[in-house]
Design a binder for this molecule. Structure first.
Ligand code: SF4
Length: 385
């Protein structure tokens, strides 16, 4: 059992709903932010009483839009976290933010409360595309948000960007990326749009009510542009969608990809603690009414077999350029990856898609391009086995 954990805190409020969003986020309910802050604090006390005063090495405020929290609200959550857990002085403390919700005062208060990394949902530097996907801000506000964050003392900033947007060309994506890089963020997350069922954008695309989505060839060109421009600017890819300047990888997200323990606090939050999985209800009112009774097994995510766990470890680990830790895998599961996937690993290695180095197994750059088919093969082998 690891004493060291990461903590994720979900803040499920938004000014309005973006057209592509299927996250647990609720527009128009800001009046409940105060009650929600109290609920998160109550839940943390209950979780700490159950799991003990664990050492915390990363904290991540995600959403939703965490930057809707006032400085006092964020301060109250951080004070409770410090009172309940042993927060490392070197902890990475990230807050996701929407450029349309930031003020100088708020940023200064977040920084004073200990937040040392800001992840800004910029998505595009093209105002027409931002409007088409329902974002509440402009490119100018994104630039201003970065300026204000630097002014407030943030020296570790991520910009979240999305590509393959309706009507977007590879040239437009290159332009967004160049403008984002010109802001000198320490980290870039570049995600291809995924049309989630049930979202307005999915419905609009299905009914031909939005510009056509880029085809596969155009998306491959966009991937190439990301690799070229980010690489030339000194960012190294360390995960499928993530690029960082040296020493600026997101330590919190590495916890997920390495399948290390984390505690999720807040409605819809997931946890993986001491080998147990649980998630909270995504319903805001249900969460507010039961937050201090949610200790540990609120809702078990189902029975995870040993095979499920092993496959998940490979699936998450192979997303990283450094690959999965084969030694830890063998220690945790009592079998080396080569024993679990003798056929797939031999075959992928022979084809130049996979390689072993420093006790890790990783995909080669060519393997990264066909990651899905590698994983399908590994899944079928473990299911057959
Ligand atoms: S700001 Fe983020 S969480 Fe909120 S609606 Fe938009 S994509 Fe969803």
């Amino acid at each position: 059992m690891s004493n060291e954990i990461a903590i994720y805190i979900h803040i499920p409020f938004c000014v309005s709903k973006c057209a592509y969003c299927d996250f647990a986020s609720y527009p128009g309910r800001m009046a409940q932010l105060g009650a929600y802050t109290d609920a998160v604090c109550r839940e943390m006390r209950a979780q700490a009483a159950f799991f003990g005063r664990r050492r915390v090495h990363t904290v991540f405020f995600g959403g939703g839009t965490p930057t809707l929290l006032s400085g006092d609200q964020l301060g109250a959550i951080m004070d409770t976290l410090r009172a309940c857990f042993d927060l490392s002085p070197e902890a990475e403390i990230t807050m996701e933010g929407n450029p349309g919700t930031l003020t100088e005062e708020r940023l200064a208060a977040y920084r004073a409360a200990g937040v040392n990394r800001l992840s800004l949902g910029v998505q595009s530097m093209d105002d027409a595309l931002l409007a088409a996907i329902g974002r509440i801000h402009t490119a100018a506000q994104a630039r201003e948000a970065v300026r204000m964050a630097r002014e407030a003392g943030f020296d570790n900033i991520n910009l979240d960007l999305m590509y393959a947007l309706p009507g977007q060309t590879a040239a437009q994506w290159a332009s967004t990326l160049r403008e984002a890089i010109a802001l000198s963020p320490e980290h870039l997350s570049c995600y291809s749009l995924i049309l989630e069922e049930g979202t307005p954008l999915h419905a609009a695309a299905g009914a031909g009510r939005c510009a056509p989505l880029p085809d596969e060839d155009e998306i491959v060109r966009m991937d190439g542009i990301t690799a070229q421009l980010a690489g030339e600017a000194g960012y190294a890819q360390y995960e499928v969608s993530n690029w960082a300047q040296p020493g600026r990888q997101c330590r919190h997200n590495l916890v997920y990809w390495e399948c290390l323990p984390y505690l999720g606090v807040g409605c819809a939050a997931h946890s993986d603690m001491d080998g147990r999985r649980f998630e909270h209800d995504a319903d805001l009112d249900a969460y507010l009414n039961s937050c201090d009774k949610l200790v540990c097994l609120n809702r078990d995510e189902g029975n995870h077999t040993l095979q499920d766990r092993m496959f998940e470890r490979a699936m998450m680990g192979l997303r990283m350029v450094r690959g999965m830790d084969a030694e830890r895998f063998a220690r945790d599961f009592g079998a080396a990856p080569e024993q679990v996937w003798p056929r797939s690993i031999r075959l992928m290695t022979r084809r130049g898609l996979m390689e072993q180095y420093n006790e890790r197994i990783r995909l080669t750059p060519r393997g990264m391009q066909v990651m899905n088919s590698v994983l399908v093969d590994m899944l079928s082998e473990i299911e057959d086995g």
